[in-house]
Write a protein that binds this ligand. Structure first.
Ligand code: BG6
Length: 365
């Protein structure tokens, strides 16, 4: 089953272009300006009346919710909240009646996510599920949902299921946007951008050997920081989680500008930082944060877009990804982070597909 790959995680990283195609297949409207989901079981009217979205999930799936929060708020101007399912189930948060409630779960068996869903249903809300495993408990108990069609994910650390959730989140943001005030023209632009995602991911995957060499040089560190802003902050958090899960290196993520409010105290030559620094409206701000880290002797790995002009010598290592639309950037920026943690873990001799203390789906509280 592994073919030419050494681990399922590696195989699943390289399967992402296909998983993204599968998430999109048959889901764009004929006019090319929006997405459609057959399984939501909600009318355009009900969706139009939505005044708030809530996402509950665990682990990697929650980071997909946090990215989706940015895109839905930007494209559809609907306020979104995203919570750890394990917290939501006990915190008794007030929910407005026209809140649209989503859970996100690859396996559809995670008990905390299932409990959050049941709690929302108990309060009378319809719950929609973004889920990969067809016929899972969450899929069966949900009032509607969106299947990911990413194919089986065997590696415990989620890879293709995550980027597939990001794709569905972006399509959902587009769909909700078009129900509201997003123009035909903007919708067409986003559809084109999403359709380009598989090729952009293929391009990012071509950096594998370069990333492997970098990973081998950092494999023996004990602490790392992952820094990004806006929709790339949850991607930084996912990068840190991936590294923790499979290589057992302590890693933390912060919105880059938060470093000065405490975490910068950690910086020294033994604590490298991975910066997500695309050419966007915050490019210069992130560059300033990088300069602050460099001034304190912290090694820097920069993940940047090929249209950006990073100051010479600022980063010790640079990984370039193709410039792309903001709806797709979180997906493309995830690729080097997955490859980095994978190669670090392999270099350290870790059991990549079955990390210690972890299970693919956690069915106990
Ligand atoms: C965790 C896994 O226990 O469950 C994570 O280690 C995963 O990798 C999380 O993201 C949520 O899983 P699921 O199946 O609900 O998406």
């Amino acid at each position: 089953e592994l073919g030419d790959y050494a681990h399922f995680m590696e195989k699943e990283i390289f399967e992402q272009p296909q998983a993204l195609e599968n998430a999109m297949r048959g889901r764009f409207a004929e006019d090319g300006s929006t997405a459609n989901f057959g399984g939501l079981n909600l009318s355009a009217n009900e969706l139009r009346a939505t005044s708030r979205l809530m996402f509950c999930a665990c682990g990697t799936a929650m980071f997909a919710g946090l990215v989706t929060e940015h895109l839905v708020e930007r494209f559809a101007r609907i306020p979104v909240e995203c919570d750890h399912a394990s917290e939501f189930r006990y915190r008794n948060t007030p929910l407005f009646s026209n809140t649209l409630f989503f859970v996100i779960s690859q396996s559809g068996e995670t008990i905390d996510t299932l409990a959050a869903m049941r709690e929302a249903q108990r309060k009378g809300f319809k719950v929609l599920a973004i889920n990969n495993v067809v016929g899972s408990t969450i899929a069966r108990e949900a009032d509607g949902g969106i299947y990911q069609h990413a194919g089986p994910e065997i590696g415990v650390a989620s890879t293709k299921a995550f980027t597939s959730q990001l794709m569905i989140g972006a399509m959902l943001a587009l769909y909700l946007g078009r129900i509201r005030d997003m123009s035909f023209r903007d919708g067409v632009e986003i559809v084109k951008a999403l359709k380009a995602a598989p090729d952009l991911v293929r391009e990012a995957l071509q950096q594998a050997d370069h990333i492997k060499q970098i990973a081998q040089r950092y494999a023996q560190v004990s602490d790392m920081l992952f820094l990004g802003r806006l929709e790339l902050f949850p991607i930084a958090a996912e990068g840190a989680l991936k590294l923790k899960e499979i290589s057992y290196i302590h890693a933390e993520a912060y919105p880059a500008a938060e470093m000065k409010h405490g975490p910068i105290a950690l910086i020294n030559a033994d604590c490298p930082s991975v910066f997500l620094v695309p050419n966007n409206e915050l490019f210069n701000k992130v560059v300033s944060s990088m300069q602050e880290i460099k001034a304190r002797g912290g090694p820097i790995i920069a993940i940047t877009t090929d249209d950006a002009d990073l100051p010479e010598g600022l980063a010790d290592d640079v990984i370039t990804i193709p410039a792309c639309h903001e709806a797709v950037l979180p997906i493309v920026a995830t690729i080097p982070l997955q490859l980095f943690s994978y190669y670090v873990a392999v270099e350290r001799g870790c059991d990549v597909d079955k990390p210690r203390n972890l299970a693919k789906s956690v069915t106990v509280e």
